[in-house]
Structure formats: structure tokens, C-alpha cells
Design a protein around this ligand. Structure first.
Ligand code: DC
Length: 223
């Protein structure tokens, strides 16, 4: 059955490993669609916060997830823009707090189940680059191309710091490192679809690789 479905490049890894930048570059190069699944979890966390739904209210979160509409516009030279229920929320979703909120609701199996179909519907011709934590293990287990990007926590914190700084946000490197380490533990130790490489994934440590080098390795894999 998978032969008739459009191809997927599943790009998984911890926060700050470069999935967003690399994923968007690959999507533009291949002319494929791009799914930022982290934006879906961040979007739901943000929506819950703005609607006063607590992160323990499973029924409330599922109901928000069922009615949420998310549109992601990709462009080669900048990060993707994200619209939720018609409202542009790109900057609100990129903050460290939004990442923490997302990571708190992401372990809830009912929330993951409610968001699964939304992600799978993004698999459209001519192909999809899907970035997240469980793209290769749960959402698209039959993806023909799977890459797990990683890097040391210190390097990932520095990259996130540079990114947020460049957007004019006020950030503290030591706090970002702590936040990344806390998120690594939470994302990897949860029972529902934990962060881990699929058995058939190519694992790439990007600590000492440039963006172009990582993209070149992925192009070799896909071609
Ligand atoms: O990739 P990101 O930093 O935008 O993701 C934010 C959080 O969302 C991450 O810490 C865990 C959760 N997430 C997830 O559980 N599964 C995904 N496929 C993507 C993100």
C-alpha cells in the first residue's frame, strides 16, 4: 500500500537539532510539502492557554485539537509562518515558553491521538518532509526516508539562543540550556511516542556539520 502513497522524509530529533531549518531547505529543494509537527503541539498549547483550558484538562484539550485549523507557509529564506484558526501566531509559537507548554501536553495519549490524523493528512503528492519527534516511528512508520538529527545540548542551546536573538527576543543562554535539557528528558521518557530514532533511521550528529553538509547528506539519501 505504501508504494501508492507519496514519499515522506521523516526528520526527527530533539529541540534545536536543526530539523526546522534543514527540513524547510529540503522541502524547497525537492518541491515537497513541509509539516512542522512541533508547531501543531505548540499551537494547541498556545490555544489552550489563550482559551483558559488547563494542561490537565484532557477532554478540553481534545475538543480544542478537534476544531483547530493550522496553516503553515514555508519559504526558503525565513522560518515558516503559522496561522491558527485564522490568526497569525508565528512569533508567539517560537518562544521558549510555547515549547515548554507543548512539551507538557505532548505526553497525553488522547492529545496525540487527536492530532495524528491532522498530521497524516499532510502526506500529499509529490511528497512530504515531516519534522518532529515521532515522524519515523508513529506518524509515518512506512516513510521511505528517515533521518534522526541530533547534537549536544550545549550546541543546541547556542543555536536556539542565536535564532531567538536574531528575532529580537530577550533570551538567557544558561536558562535556554536548562530548558532544552528538561525538554529532552520529558520528550524521551514519556510512554506515548517518545523521542527516539526509528530502527531504520539514519542518525546524523550535526554538532560539527554545517547546514549545507547536513542537507547534502540527506540529498544523497533521498536521491
Ligand atoms: O519541535 P518543537 O520544539 O517545535 O516541539 C515542541 C514540543 O512539542 C516538543 O518539546 C515535544 C512536542 N512534540 C511532540 O511531542 N511530537 C512531535 N512530533 C513534535 C513535537
Amino acid at each position: 500500500m505504501s508504494q501508492t502513497l507519496p514519499p515522506v522524509l521523516a526528520l526527527d530529533g530533539p529541540s534545536g537539532a536543526g530539523k526546522g531549518t534543514i527540513g524547510q531547505l529540503c522541502a524547497v529543494k525537492f518541491g515537497w510539502h513541509y509539516l512542522d509537527s512541533g508547531a501543531i503541539y505548540r499551537g494547541l498549547g498556545w490555544l489552550a492557554d489563550s482559551e483558559g483550558v488547563s494542561s490537565n484538562d484532557v477532554a478540553g484539550l481534545v475538543s480544542l485539537a478537534d476544531s483547530m485549523s493550522l496553516v503553515c507557509h514555508v519559504c526558503e529564506t525565513d522560518s515558516a509562518t503559522i496561522e491558527i484558526n485564522g490568526q497569525m501566531v508565528t512569533d508567539q509559537l517560537r518562544t521558549d515558553e510555547a515549547g515548554q507548554l507543548a512539551s507538557q501536553i505532548a505526553p497525553i495519549p488522547e492529545v496525540r491521538a487527536a492530532l495524528l490524523k491532522m498530521q497524516q493528512r499532510c502526506r500529499k503528492a509529490p511528497g512530504l518532509v515531516a519534522d518532529g519527534r515521532d515522524m519515523g516511528t508513529t506518524v509515518f512508520p512506512d516513510a521511505p526516508f528517515k533521518v534522526f538529527l541530533t547534537a549536544s545540548a550545549e550546541i543546541r542551546a547556542q543555536r536556539r539562543y542565536d535564532q531567538l536573538k536574531a528575532k529580537g527576543m530577550s533570551v538567557n543562554l544558561a536558562r535556554l540550556l536548562e530548558s532544552i535539557q528538561a525538554r529532552d528528558v520529558r520528550d524521551s521518557s514519556r510512554d506515548a511516542s517518545p523521542l527516539k530514532p526509528a530502527e531504520d533511521a539514519l542518525v546524523l550528529d550535526t554538532s560539527d556539520l554545517s547546514i549545507d553538509e547536513v542537507v547534502a547528506r540527506i540529498l544523497t539519501l533521498v536521491n
